[in-house]
Design a protein around this ligand. Structure first.
Ligand SMILES: Nc1ncnc2c1ncn2[C@@H]1O[C@H](COP(=O)(O)OP(=O)(O)O)[C@@H](O)[C@H]1O
Ligand SMILES: [Mg+2]
Length: 632
């Protein structure tokens, strides 16, 4: 064992946990922007920083099944606060106590390897040079093989001097060789060119110079497994890494004399851009309320997704009928309902027939509603949806009533608006002349909506399909939506809310005869929910098989307000519409065109991930629709 002199304390007082930006999952343009931000971030560093990417295991539930998931956690340690630079670069991150950053604890040093406090076998490698042929973000290729990647960066104030010194040295050697008539070897020639370019870039202020140390720790259950992992890593990084005997402990822990901590390399910003560490093909949110969305078809790992971590909480789901939209919503929302037992959940059931309110056997027992503990409200029964209670202002209520009664004349609408009423009956009572007649006749079909009383519960499924008339159905849906929205605004912001509209086209649909929406009020209203929901901690989930409805008007606003989008199988006409707005690569378009039931593409600010909605046996039994409905 080597004597370990006085431990060298790293002196990092600040630690941040960052979220990976999935470079490989982003459209090319976005990936470039991320790398530019990364370069800017590096250039702004004024004191040493340490990047630590550490393996982590957690459990995730899928219905009654439990999976063990492995994923990386991403940390940045610094000597100074660095929130502003992180935010400026768009990396975000939350501050954590430095002691919470996981650290290997070595208890025995065996030369080739060390043993940690958990009895695992550990070995540490230091990087000697940048491996040939690597693309930006290449470090992530190692994440499946390593326990930890650690990158220490020290910006060199004297960057230009250092580079010039190296350049002069190389030039002197070259000159000496030329004098002796010996050739300059190509590697040296290459380095001279690189150093000259670096000197120029540094002089021009485009780049900075760093001392960088990159360490890789592997960890296994026994010596054999460790040897195998070593071989795998070495063969990937042919000659670019080294693991000196007895150095695992100082290299793994960063404690020891300078010479024992691993190789330090001079690197410019340009060279370091390729070392972008916060990338991965896995899509895993580390938050407790993240739920399993399915299996990542790129990595085989689970997609663990927390919609409340995005810039807004809306989800737009597209897909041909029968390819798994509703099943995905049921899986997603029920898992969320379990992860957050206090979340409010309101669901508008299918317009064809109840599938959230009733299970495959046609009863509440065995249904989605039962699973999340929701009450069912059948809107074909007499309700108490009083427009004057439901809307926020009397003007909004009278405008809605005028629309229902088909009153378009400005003078009649104005007259209606002037009447002070507490409910529809009082309104009709107080109206006079032709307005009264128009109201009586026009509102007759809608009477049921306000004939009784209704209660809004914390979790509720609304059944619209038993209403025969489509205009009454749309009025009911709109009233309930307004009712929910008003309630959402009154609830404490910290409580999560979720509004689900399966077959959401009904809410943004236009009348084909007039080309106008059925409910002019709703045109502003549905997008308002989508746009402002996050202020109230509310998520809006909308599913549709009619892509064209989402390409213009209110549908477009909803789509553009959804930070999370899911595309299940589509035909080529729909793909043509979606490809541009969603930046779908040709490969992704092919995938969607041939996607099987339950397969889809997750599109979020973190990147695009093809996935498969993986269900437990119990979930599938509960969520499936009856065969005759599947074909619809
Ligand atoms: N992830 C899945 N795994 C297995 N079967 C599925 C999955 N998703 C959907 N299905 C089956 O396909 C049927 C139709 O799916 P559904 O979600 O109702 O489609 P959509 O709402 O898009 O019309 C479901 O009733 C179920 O039997
Ligand atoms: Mg459906």
């Amino acid at each position: 064992m080597i004597p370990v002199p006085k431990p060298r304390r790293a002196g990092y007082s600040y630690a941040y946990e960052l979220r990976p930006v999935n470079l490989g999952l982003l459209p090319e343009r976005d990936a470039e922007a991320v790398l530019n931000s990364w370069a800017g971030f590096l250039n702004a560093l004024s004191s040493p920083a340490q990047f630590r990417i550490v393996e982590h295991f957690r459990e995730a539930a899928v219905g009654e099944d439990v999976y063990e998931l492995r994923h990386m956690r991403y940390f940045l340690l610094t000597a100074e606060p660095i929130e502003d630079a992180l935010n400026a670069a768009g990396f975000g991150g939350v501050r954590v106590p430095p002691s919470e950053v996981p650290e290997l604890r070595i208890v025995a040093n065996r030369g080739r390897f060390a043993v940690d406090a958990d009895g695992k076998f550990v070995r540490c490698y230091t990087m000697l040079r940048v491996p040939a042929g690597t693309a930006p973000g290449w470090l992530t290729d190692l994440y499946p093989y390593v326990h930890e990647v650690r990158m220490e960066l020290e910006p060199l104030e004297s960057g230009r001097d250092e580079v010039m010194k190296r350049l002069h040295f190389l030039e002197a050697v070259a000159e000496a060789r030329a004098r002796e008539g010996r050739p300059i070897d190509p590697e040296m020639q290459q380095e001279m060119e690189a150093v000259r370019a670096a000197a120029d870039a540094i002089a021009a202020g485009r780049e900075e110079l760093f001392l960088a140390r990159v360490l890789l720790a592997i960890r296994a259950d026994d010596a054999n497994a460790l040897a195998e992992a070593s071989r795998a890593l070495r063969s990937r990084l042919r000659g670019a890494i080294d693991s000196p005997l007895f150095m695992t402990e100082p290299m793994c822990t960063g404690r020891g004399p300078e010479w024992a901590l691993g190789r330090r390399l001079h690197m410019t910003t340009g060279a370091l851009v390729g070392f972008f560490p916060f990338a991965g093909l896995d899509m895993i949110d580390p938050t407790p309320t993240a739920v399993v969305l399915g299996q990542n078809l790129l990595t085989g790992n689970a997609v663990l997704y927390d919609v409340y971590e995005r810039e807004n909480y809306n989800i737009a789901i597209f897909g041909q009928t029968g390819y798994g939209k509703s099943t995905l919503i049921k899986a997603w929302v029920s898992r969320l309902a379990e992860a957050d037992p206090d979340a409010y959940i309101w669901v508008f059931d299918s317009i064809v027939s109840p599938e959230y309110a009733l299970g495959p056997s046609g009863r509440y027992e065995g249904s989605f509603a039962e699973l999340i503990g929701a009450r069912v409200l059948d809107l074909s029964e007499p309700q108490g949806l009083n427009p004057y209670d439901v809307f926020e202002t009397p003007a909004a209520a009278s405008s809605f009533i005028a629309d229902l009664a088909g009153i378009v004349e400005p003078d009649l609408r104005a007259e209606l608006n002037l009447i002070q009423a507490g409910d529809v009956y009082e309104l009709i009572d107080k109206a006079e002349g032709s307005l009264k007649k128009r109201l009586e006749a026009g509102l007759k079909p809608f009477e049921n909506l306000w004939a009784a009383r209704s209660d809004l519960y914390g979790r509720q499924v609304f059944v619209l399909s038993n209403i025969a008339s489509s205009t009454v159905r749309d009025a009911a849906a709109y009233l309930v939506l307004a009712w929910i929205w008003r309630t959402v605004k009154k609830l404490p912001v910290r409580e999560r809310k979720m509004i689900v509209v399966d077959e959401g086209w009904a809410f943004v649909e236009t009348d084909p005869r007039t080309g106008k929406p059925y409910f002019p009020g709703a045109v502003g209203f549905v997008p308002e929910i989508a746009r402002t929901g996050r202020h109230y901690n509310a998520a809006f989930i909308i599913a549709t098989q009619r892509v064209s409805d989402m390409m213009s008007g209110p549908g477009r606003v909803v789509m553009e307000s959804a930070a999370t989008k899911i595309v299940l199988r589509q035909d080529s006409a729909a793909i043509d519409l979606l490809a541009g707005p969603l930046s779908l690569s040709p490969e992704e378009q092919r995938f969607i065109l041939g996607a099987r039931v339950g397969q889809g593409l997750l599109i979020s600010p973190l990147g695009h991930v093809p996935f498969r909605n993986l269900l437990s046996k119990g979930e599938l039994e509960r969520f499936t629709t009856k065969p005759k409905e599947v074909s619809r």
